[in-house]
Design a protein around this ligand. Sequence first.
Ligand code: NAG
Ligand code: CA
Length: 223
Amino acid sequence: MDKLLLWVSVLITLTGAFAQTDLSGKVLVFPRESSRDHVSLITQLDQPLQNFTLCLRAYSDLSRPYSLFSYSTKEKDNELLIFKVRTGVYNLYIGQSEVTFNVLEDFPVPVHICASWESASGIAQFWVNGKPAVKKGLKRGYSVGASPKIILGQEQDSYGGGFKKEQSFVGEIGDLYMWDSVLSKDEIQSTYDGFPTSPSILNWENLNYEINGYVIIEPLVWK
Ligand SMILES: *[C@@H]1O[C@H](CO)[C@@H](O)[C@H](O)[C@H]1NC(C)=O
Ligand SMILES: [Ca+2]
């Protein structure tokens, strides 16, 4: 590689690594169905996770199944996946296993979703609009793998790829936060109210991301 090219690629790498953006009051709009459009969320996660909580807001009028949050590792494509099956039915995958949560939900309305999991007990919790679904359990003693590819807008069937149009997300996503601990009921409530407590893995107010294809940042108008 010639010197100029090398410097340009170093610069792009540095810019990519340190571009932290405050997206508060904004959403990512996925305006069309495709097998390509997506957003990669970049985070330093070099240790496996024993506990986590993930929260986000979403607004979609899709009635088919779709991915809300796709976290894959080199070993497992569904290492951590939130997949909406249909109105009122969500699947949470950990390490390729899944549990189903049934919630009371209208269609189409904006939702605030939180999912948490604790390795020691295997207990998974799912909250929709601040209300808890029945607790489930899976993958007790497991650790969620490190160095993930985290993708919004598409469901990964391989590390950073393997997208299917029929599982893509069309709609708006905002206020995404992820912690390396299980949040309490009060912490879930304050996140739902718009006051998240110090997220450690992903922070919508300080987000490192990369847009691929047709995804637009717009004001949040439905909260
Ligand atoms: C995960 O949660 C368990 C139980 O709450 C706790 O004992 C453990 O220290 C936590 N692990 C990490 C790495 O924070
Ligand atoms: Ca998959």
